[in-house]
Design a protein around this ligand. Structure first.
Ligand SMILES: *Cc1c(COP(=O)(O)O)cnc(C)c1O
Length: 384
């Protein structure tokens, strides 16, 4: 064994190619839709499965001015990898790494009094001013401070600001139904957001940025852009909802292509059961292809009997159950060589299925399809 033979063979089994050129073009397209607003590239959950650090770099190259993550650990990892500029994280629990976040120059979201107390104490201990963004629950009913508790939170934040412990850098919120144009909650949330921002500003809060728009709002609701838009899924070239339009309708291109090498091709007689439970039985003599990806790799078991795969220019379907590490397709008598590429999903313009196609088969959304692709699948970043 020499050095080169030690190169991992995993990319031959399966790989998720990440087209960073497409990601940069998507960021530019989104910036053009939200002219005058900052663009926060949301790279939580390993950039929706696309690889947080390379995607964050590509987004900044294309003009994103902020990075956003859910957890502080994700944000700290970006900073540790050398990513510059503003990084915001919003999903905190008591006892979280407030001091590390302050020392790493993160913007931290605060949704309630417990969080303001913890960040203030950490700022005092660190001898620094924490950058805090107060989150309003304008109707989503998830994280954020409701209107009844807002005066207390704003008042306490102003006290902490006067003491030099925090700077309120942002006022922000999140939509419940931005992907359903005309849903009455959109206008109601927008009105409440304006009221809660006005309340805070009248009392002396001077935020750098006010923001509420996610991908669907960025694409379809210009009145929601304010000072900054937070785009996740659209940056990865996926439409937030098929009802809103296709990626191409918005000038977006899917970034991830998931493929695998056929591990085996064999001829079997009619009446042959396939995979656990024998939920597929060959209707006649045929050939079967073994795709070495399974639910451990994030291929939903709900795709059993339905997931589409492109092999040598023909669309095939998962035959029987998706197992932990592999599934089978009926090749209808064709005999591609073992090692032939099977494309599960990609941009869709070379005949391959899209992540949206898999989502429809599985009764879920494309967000879940790409985000769940597991760590056993190497990400191969192209056009960096
Ligand atoms: C995930 C997330 C976003 C991005 O949502 P997309 O629909 O993927 O654009 C924006 N804001 C918050 C608070 C989020 O959690």
């Amino acid at each position: 064994m020499n050095e080169t033979s030690a190169v991992p063979t995993a990319p031959l089994r399966a790989r998720a190619e990440i087209d960073l050129g497409a990601l940069r073009a998507n960021v530019r397209a989104l910036r053009a839709r939200a002219e005058g607003a900052h663009l926060m590239a949301v790279v939580k959950s390993d950039a929706y499965g696309h690889g947080a650090v390379p995607c964050a770099r590509a987004a900044l190259d294309a003009g994103a001015t902020w990075l956003g993550t859910a957890t502080p650990e994700e944000a700290l990892a970006l900073r540790a990898a050398g990513l510059p500029g503003r990084i915001m994280c919003w999903l905190w629990v008591p006892g979280g790494p407030w001091r590390q976040a302050i020392e790493a120059d993160l913007d931290v979201a605060v949704s309630g009094m417990w969080a303001l107390r913890e960040v203030t104490e950490a700022a005092r201990a660190a001898g620094r001013t924490a950058r805090v963004q107060l989150k309003a629950d304008t109707g989503l009913g998830r994280n954020g401070c409701g209107p009844e508790d807002w005066p207390e939170l704003v008042g306490a934040a102003l006290d902490a600001e006067a003491a030099g412990l925090v700077k309120v850098t942002g006022l922000w919120s999140h939509f419940a139904c931005a992907d359903e144009p005309g849903h009455p909650s959109i206008a109601a949330q927008l009105t409440r957001f304006r009221e809660m921002v006005a309340y805070a500003e009248e009392r002396g809060v001077a935020p750098e940025v006010r923001h509420i728009a996610n991908s669907p709002a960025t694409l379809t609701l210009p009145e929601t852009h304010f000072d900054l838009v937070r785009t996740g899924i659209a940056m990865y070239g996926i439409s937030p909802s098929p009802e809103l339009g296709t990626p191409a309708d918005f000038g977006l291109r899917p970034v991830m292509t998931l493929s695998a090498s056929l591990a085996l091709v064999k001829r079997v007689p009619g009446g042959h059961g396939v995979s656990y439970g024998h939920h597929y039985v060959t209707p006649g003599e045929t050939t079967l292809g073994l795709v070495p990806l399974g639910y451990a790799d994030g291929i939903p078991r709900h795709a059993s009997g339905g997931g589409p795969v492109l092999i040598e220019g023909k669309l095939r379907t998962v035959a029987g159950r998706v197992a932990m590490d592999q599934f089978v397709v009926d090749l209808g008598g064709d005999e591609p060589e073992p090692g032939t590429r099977a494309v599960l999903f990609g941009p869709g313009d070379r005949g391959e299925p899209t992540a949206e196609d898999w989502a429809q088969v599985c009764g879920t959304i494309a967000y879940e399809i790409v985000t769940r692709i597991g760590t056993r699948v190497p990400r191969v970043h192209l056009n960096g």
